[in-house]
Design a protein around this ligand. Structure first.
Ligand SMILES: [Zn+2]
Ligand SMILES: [Zn+2]
Length: 268
């Protein structure tokens, strides 16, 4: 198991289980030394199965802060969030930026309350997706890009547009020195799925990481945990690692995300 994980959810998002303390205890038991909480950021409209409500945010901050103190001799905790980038939600995005240790970008939707990242089947949506990532990075609103290949969840085949999207994301990563995540969450947890051109995990995807390796992009492994017991099991991590087997990926095992975030915040 890895020693550092920045991608951890809580039950507030509506699709994770366990108490905050159970996540901390399982992480300690699993041998982690640094744990960042990054539950799905709230926006004005409630969406109870996708993200916390705005009203839950103070409790999220208070709870993780209390655990940080309580377990400080056993594990270093940080408080972050997983945002989506919506240009019209700038006030909230800046508020999270200021209040939290770090923000990671998981663009699960292309616009507030749509599902197009999960339903994308055409190249034009790959372009909108990479435009969203680019703009968020250019504004210093995030510190790494979660599951950069989430847009391939439903994408039917690994065609030229997929490689072009990977090249664009690699270029974004290089331009902004932005780490990209090898995600060990839902994409591998549910096993391989059948697509038009064969079986694969929804993500991570080999083509993306071929381009990331070629460009020498910084990669961070993110467990994307929605259940404390997953800290105690390497199955999903091993599945994700099998996708990049043989690739010369530049994996950062002890990246100091919080210091990097402090630098990026200066530009807000
Ligand atoms: Zn989630
Ligand atoms: Zn996540």
């Amino acid at each position: 198991m890895i020693k550092t994980n920045w991608h951890t959810h809580t039950s507030r998002c509506g699709h994770a289980v366990g108490t905050d303390e159970e996540y901390v205890l399982a992480a300690i038991q699993g041998g982690l030394k640094t744990l960042g909480f990054s539950d799905h950021a709230a926006y004005e409209q409630s969406r109870r199965t996708d993200r916390m409500d705005l009203a839950q945010f103070p409790d999220y901050m208070a709870s993780i802060s209390a655990l940080k103190e309580k377990y400080k001799d056993q594990i270093t905790l940080y408080l972050g969030t997983e945002i989506e980038y919506y240009p019209y939600e700038m006030d909230l995005l800046k508020e999270y930026r200021q209040k939290l240790d770090y923000c990671i970008l998981g663009q699960h939707s292309l616009d507030l309350d749509d599902d197009r990242s999960y339903n994308a089947t055409s190249p034009d949506l790959l372009n909108i997706y990479t435009d969203r990532l680019n703009e968020c990075c250019s504004l210093d609103l995030c510190d790494y890009i979660c599951h950069p290949d989430v847009i391939l969840w439903s994408y039917p085949r690994m065609d030229g547009s997929v490689r072009e999207a990977a090249e664009r994301i690699a270029a974004i990563s290089k331009k902004y020195n932005m780490p990209l995540e090898l995600n060990t969450g839902s994409g591998v947890h549910h096993g391989m799925r059948q697509y038009e051109d064969g079986m694969r995990y929804a993500y991570p995807t080999r083509i993306f990481f071929e381009e990331f390796a070629k460009a020498d992009c910084p990669i961070i492994i993110g467990l994307d945990v929605h259940d404390p017991k997953l800290f105690l099991n390497d199955t999903d991590l091993n599945r994700a690692m099998s996708v990049i087997e043989g690739l010369d990926c530049h994996i950062l095992y002890d990246y100091d995300l919080v210091s990097a975030a402090k630098e990026r915040k200066k530009n807000i």
